[in-house]
Design a binder for this molecule. Structure first.
Ligand code: IFM
Length: 462
């Protein structure tokens, strides 16, 4: 039921997302090998109350019920990830047939429900066996990623058209290899960190080529990746100087770390290093050769960004960007990094597509959502008005982008289910569906039904 008053393009897809380690459980079943998250979450003190993903939402067994609920919500697309060590227990070499068969069943069930699967290859659960050989520091690591992609694309590519190679390389590199908050829990600096950065980029390129070469759909596959994208918004959007300051700040390089947009997206989408990068990073900058850049900047089909919020920026002296601190007591999710800044999707869509999309490549919100303290009320329902308000405001920003003709390909709410939020364990609830982890009972939250109406109207109700 598409309303004529919706500005969203007819082929814009409404989805929700999750990732293997956060929901599947069955951490050592049917031949699955261990991942770095299996090892890390077992180490004392690494996750909230020692939580692990060993059972998580037991989606490995309960996926038929979960897909039925996706259908009830009316999802048009579902973004899932493949657990690398479930299909390749050693990370490379012999494949695990039972692991591949699970993804066959899952994809078939999703398709039978009339939902389009969007598959992320690597969403952080790196095979422990490869980590023990150096992981992303090993010069063979791009090839390992390519071989993993080839295996999965050959197996699922007859039914899967949409692929993301990596999820948020900014996060798994900086949190896992620099601040030690996430697996594998290292505190590397440059030049080591830079070496891993280069291999991750090359791994993306190898995976794009492998999907096109091995999927039965070949070149017709739709491929991108999901970059992390903390937004920058002008404090006063009627002031062109503030808009320029926000734009500049959004693409600025951050010395010493691999956060930010341009350090990733310029090589990936433009095939070049960001201007001035060697000066900002100094002699320890890994440097990307022309051959590297050719191998990294493989043609992609959409620009994917995971965006939860960002900061306002104004033009200071000589136009220099000044980030505005959040006001005391400003709205946040249950985790306080998640600042409620509803303009984030509009400005992200605008800045990303003008720099990288040549007005052509569609922008896809590969994740957006909020964690709240949700529980079943006395009436048995889960009332989450704050999530509804959050999604409504953010989606109005995306609607504005659609009205302005910014090419948009889709929106994926994070997450379909409450799940294992990495180092925060089960504390933070992001789902459209509440999960009682003691009983594994699922309850669609009010926001799930609200989203169903948005989907039915193709965004006209926003
Ligand atoms: O849960 C994560 C997801 O795995 C990656 N993007 C951010 C989400 C919320 O923190």
């Amino acid at each position: 039921m598409t309303s004529p008053s919706s500005p969203f393009p007819p082929d814009f897809t409404w989805g929700a997302a999750a990732a293997a380690y956060q929901i599947e459980g069955a951490w050592n079943e049917d031949g699955k090998g261990p991942s770095i998250w299996d090892a890390f979450s077992r180490e004392p003190g690494k996750t909230y109350l020692g939580h692990t993903g060993e059972v998580a939402c037991d989606h490995y067994r309960r996926y038929p019920e979960d897909v039925a609920l996706m259908k009830e919500i009316g999802l048009q697309s579902y973004r899932l990830s493949v657990s690398w060590p479930r299909v390749l227990p050693q990370g490379k070499g012999a494949a695990n047939e039972k692991g591949l068969a699970f993804y066959d069943r899952l994809v078939d069930t999703i398709l039978d429900a009339g939902i389009t699967p969007w598959v992320t290859l690597f969403h952080w659960d790196y095979p422990l066996a490869l980590h023990e050989q150096g992981g992303w520091l090993n010069p063979d690591s791009p090839k390992w990623m390519g071989d993993f992609a080839a295996l999965v694309a050959a197996r699922l590519g007859d039914r899967v058209a949409h692929w993301m190679t990596l999820n948020e390389p900014q996060c798994f590199l900086n949190l896992g290899y620099s601040s030690a908050n996430h697996a594998p829990g290292y505190r590397y600096a440059l030049p080591r960190l830079g070496k891993a950065y280069r291999h991750v980029l090359l791994g993306h390129g190898a995976a794009v080529d492998a999907i096109r070469a091995h999927s039965p759909r070949g070149a017709a596959s739709k491929i991108g990746l999901a970059l992390h994208g903390s937004a920058r918004m002008p404090l006063d959007e009627t002031n062109p100087a503030d808009i320029e300051a926000a734009r500049k700040n959004y693409f600025d390089l951050i010395p010493g770390a691999f956060w930010g947009q341009s350090v990733w997206a310029d090589p990936l989408y433009l095939g070049k290093e960001p201007e001035g990068v060697a000066a900002v990073y100094g002699p320890d900058w890994p440097g990307l050769s022309d051959a590297d850049l050719r191998a990294i900047a493989r043609p992609i089909d959409f620009i994917g960004i995971n965006c939860y919020g960002g900061s306002y920026v104004k033009a200071g002296e000589n136009g220099k960007p000044e980030e505005i601190p959040y006001a005391d007591g400003s709205a946040t999710g249950q985790l306080d990094w998640l600042q409620v800044t509803p303009d984030a999707l509009y400005w992200t869509a605008r800045f990303q597509t003008e720099r990288y999309g040549q007005g052509q490549i569609p922008f896809v919100v590969t994740e957006n959502g909020i964690c709240n303290l949700d529980w079943p009320s006395l009436d048995g329902k889960v009332h989450d008005p704050q999530r509804i308000d959050f999604l409504h405001r953010y989606l109005q920003g995306l609607k504005r982008a659609a009205f302005e003709g910014i090419p948009l390909g889709g929106y994926f709410e994070w997450s379909i289910l409450d799940n294992f939020e990495w180092a925060e364990g089960y504390k933070a609830r992001f789902g459209l569906i509440h999960v009682d982890y003691a009983t594994q009972k699922r309850t669609v939250k009010d926001s799930g039904y609200w989203y169903r109406d948005v989907i039915r109207s193709h965004g006209a109700t926003l």
